[in-house]
Design a binder for this molecule. Structure first.
Ligand code: GLU
Length: 506
C-alpha cells in the first residue's frame, strides 16, 4: 500500500476480528437529555453486542466540563435502563477498564500525548488564539494556528522547557502528516477518502490537560478493546483524524460503522420545532418502551424479511449491520403511533395497567383510589380506544372525577325527559339494589325494565352511558357500569336525573 495512505485496515466484513470478542460502546456526553438519535446509536450498539455475544460498554464523555451535568447523566442512564439497554461495563458496573468517565482518565490521556511528543508525532504549541483567557487559550482547534502557520513544531526540547519554566501555557498538537490520504473504510459508507493536506495540526490535549474528543476517543477505544465503533454519521468527518492517530500509535483501529442521520418526514433535521426529540418526551407522551424500541430499531435498519413488529429478543436475533443503508432514516411519528397502539393492544393488560398510574396522576387524580384488578379490567375494556397511555388515561378520567360534563350532542339525543323523568328513579333502584352487580345481571335488569316500559333497551342504555362517562361512545355499557361500581353508578345516575329534571323545566 502507498505509504501516504493512512487507513483503518478493516475489510468490509463484520466478522473480520475473527476470534476476538466483540466489544462495542456507547459514549454519550452528559450535556443534555438523551436525544432519540443518540438512543438509536445506543440501541444499534446494544443489538449488535447482543447478536454477537459481545459486550456493550457505556463510557461517559464528560470532558466538556461547562456543559456536562450530573442531572443529565442520571437522566440518560435512567432512560437507557428504562428501555432495557443495560451495559456490561460502565458507571455502576466496573470492569477491568474502569473508570468509564473521561474526566477520571486525564492522566492516561496525558501519558499518551507525551508518548506522541517523544516520538515527534505531536508537539507543544504555545500560540494563543485571539480570545486568550477563554477556553480557547493555547489554540483549541483553530485553523489559523494550524500546521500552515504555527512554528511551535520546530521548537527544540530545550526551548519548550524554557518556555514552560517561564510559566507559558501550552497545548499539544498532533503533527499531521503533510500530505497523503486518510482512507476511512466504513462498513456502511464504504471507502471514504480524506485529503490530509486539509487537516490542520489539531489539538489533542488542551493546555488545561483536557483531551479533545478525537484524542480521548481513540485512546479509550483502544484501551477498552473496542472492536466496532458504531455511531452517528455526523462523526464521519472526525474519523480521518482518528485514523491518523491510530496509525501514529501503531494501534489497530476498530471497525467503523457510521449509521445514517435521522430526518423528519420533510427531510429537515430532527429538531424541537417538529415535536419531541428526547426519549423522555416520548415516555411522557404515553409511548410504551416496547413500541419505542421496535420503532427506533427500524430507523435505518430493517430485518431481511421486512417484519415490522419485533420483540426485543427478535430484534437481537435479526440484527445485522448489513441491513443498514447509507441514506437517512425518516422519523415517521404516525408509524410510531400505530406501533404504540399495536403494543397497547397486545402487551399483557397487567403490564399496561402497571404503567398507568403516572398518567392518571398527571391528569390531577389520585391513582391509588382504584386497585390493580380495576386497572386491568379497564385496560382490557379501553385499550382499543387508545393509541397512547395518555389517551388511555384520558379515557379513564371519568372514573376518577367527582362529576362528569355531558357531551351536548349526547344530551340532545339521549336525555329524553319524556321517558327518563319518570323512568330514572326506578332504573336507579333496580341497577343499584340488585343482589348481583355483574355485567350479565345488569344487562338483564336494564333490558327487562325497558321491556316493561315498552321502549327499546337503547333508550335506557345510551342515557346510562352518557350519565357515567359524559360521552356518547364507550366500551359496552354494562361493562362500564361494573367498572364504575355501584356507588359511582348511583351518584352518576342521580346527577343525570337532576340534570334531566332541569332540562324538562326549560
Ligand atoms: N461523545 C460523542 C457523542 O456524544 C461520542 C462520539 C463517538 O461515539 O465517537 O457524540
Amino acid at each position: 500500500m502507498n505509504e501516504n495512505i493512512f487507513t483503518n485496515q478493516n475489510i468490509h466484513d463484520e466478522n473480520q476480528n475473527g476470534e476476538k470478542t466483540i466489544r462495542v460502546r456507547f459514549a454519550p456526553s452528559p450535556t443534555g437529555l438523551l436525544h432519540v438519535g443518540s438512543f438509536r446509536t445506543a440501541l444499534f450498539n446494544w443489538l449488535f453486542a447482543g447478536k454477537n455475544n459481545g459486550s456493550f460498554i457505556l463510557r461517559i464523555e464528560d470532558t466538556d466540563r461547562k456543559r456536562s451535568k450530573d442531572e443529565f447523566l442520571q437522566s440518560q442512564m435512567a432512560d437507557m435502563k428504562w428501555m432495557g439497554l443495560n451495559w456490561d461495563e460502565g458507571p455502576g458496573v466496573e470492569g477491568k477498564h474502569s473508570p468509564y468517565f473521561q474526566t477520571q482518565r486525564l492522566e492516561t490521556y496525558s501519558q499518551h500525548a507525551q508518548k506522541l511528543v517523544e516520538e515527534n508525532k505531536a508537539y507543544y504549541c504555545f500560540c494563543k488564539s485571539d480570545d486568550s483567557g477563554s477556553e480557547k487559550e493555547s489554540g483549541e482547534d483553530n485553523e489559523k494556528q494550524g500546521k500552515q502557520t504555527c512554528s511551535c513544531k520546530n521548537l527544540t526540547k530545550d526551548q519548550v522547557n524554557e518556555l514552560k519554566t517561564q510559566g507559558n501555557q501550552a497545548c499539544i498538537r498532533f503533527a499531521t502528516p503533510s500530505e497523503g490520504e486518510a482512507l476511512v473504510r466504513d462498513l456502511i459508507k464504504g471507502d471514504v477518502p480524506f485529503d490530509i493536506s486539509l487537516i490542520e495540526n489539531f489539538v489533542i490535549l488542551k493546555s488545561d490537560g483536557i483531551p479533545t474528543y478525537n484524542f480521548a476517543v481513540i485512546v479509550d477505544d483502544h484501551l477498552m478493546e473496542i472492536t466496532h465503533v458504531i455511531r452517528g454519521d455526523e462523526h464521519l468527518s472526525n474519523t480521518p483524524r482518528q485514523v491518523l492517530l491510530y496509525n501514529a500509535f501503531g494501534y489497530e483501529p476498530p471497525v467503523f460503522a457510521h449509521i445514517p442521520i435521522i430526518l423528519n418526514e420533510d427531510r429537515t433535521k430532527l429538531s424541537k420545532r417538529h415535536g419531541a426529540v428526547h426519549l423522555l418526551e416520548f415516555r411522557d407522551r404515553g409511548y410504551v418502551k416496547e413500541a419505542l424500541l421496535n420503532f427506533m430499531a427500524l430507523l435505518g435498519w430493517a430485518p431481511k424479511d421486512n417484519r415490522e413488529i419485533l420483540t426485543m429478543e427478535e430484534l437481537v436475533e435479526a440484527f445485522s449491520l448489513d441491513g443498514v443503508p447509507k441514506h437517512p432514516a425518516v422519523f415517521d411519528e404516525k408509524k410510531l403511533l400505530w406501533m404504540n397502539s399495536q403494543y397497547i393492544m397486545t402487551l399483557p393488560p397487567e403490564i399496561i395497567a402497571e404503567r398507568l398510574a403516572p398518567f392518571i396522576e398527571k391528569l390531577g387524580f389520585n391513582p391509588s383510589v382504584k386497585d390493580a384488578d380495576w386497572y386491568i379490567t379497564s385496560v382490557i375494556l379501553y385499550r382499543e380506544r387508545a393509541k397512547t397511555l395518555v389517551e388511555l388515561a384520558e379515557n379513564l378520567a371519568c372514573f376518577f372525577q367527582e362529576t362528569v360534563e355531558y357531551d351536548p350532542a349526547g344530551v340532545k339525543k339521549h336525555f329524553k325527559p319524556e321517558i327518563l323523568r319518570s323512568a330514572m328513579p326506578e332504573l336507579i333502584k333496580r341497577v343499584t339494589e340488585t343482589d348481583s352487580f355483574t355485567i350479565e345481571n345488569l344487562e338483564a335488569v336494564v333490558r327487562q325494565y325497558a321491556e316493561e316500559l315498552g321502549i327499546s333497551a337503547g333508550k335506557l342504555i345510551h342515557p346510562i352511558r352518557l350519565a357515567i362517562t359524559g360521552k356518547t361512545a364507550s366500551p359496552p355499557v354494562f361493562d362500564v357500569m361494573v367498572l364504575a361500581g355501584k356507588e359511582m353508578l348511583k351518584s352518576r345516575l342521580q346527577a343525570a336525573q337532576s340534570f334531566i329534571a332541569e332540562l324538562a323545566q326549560e
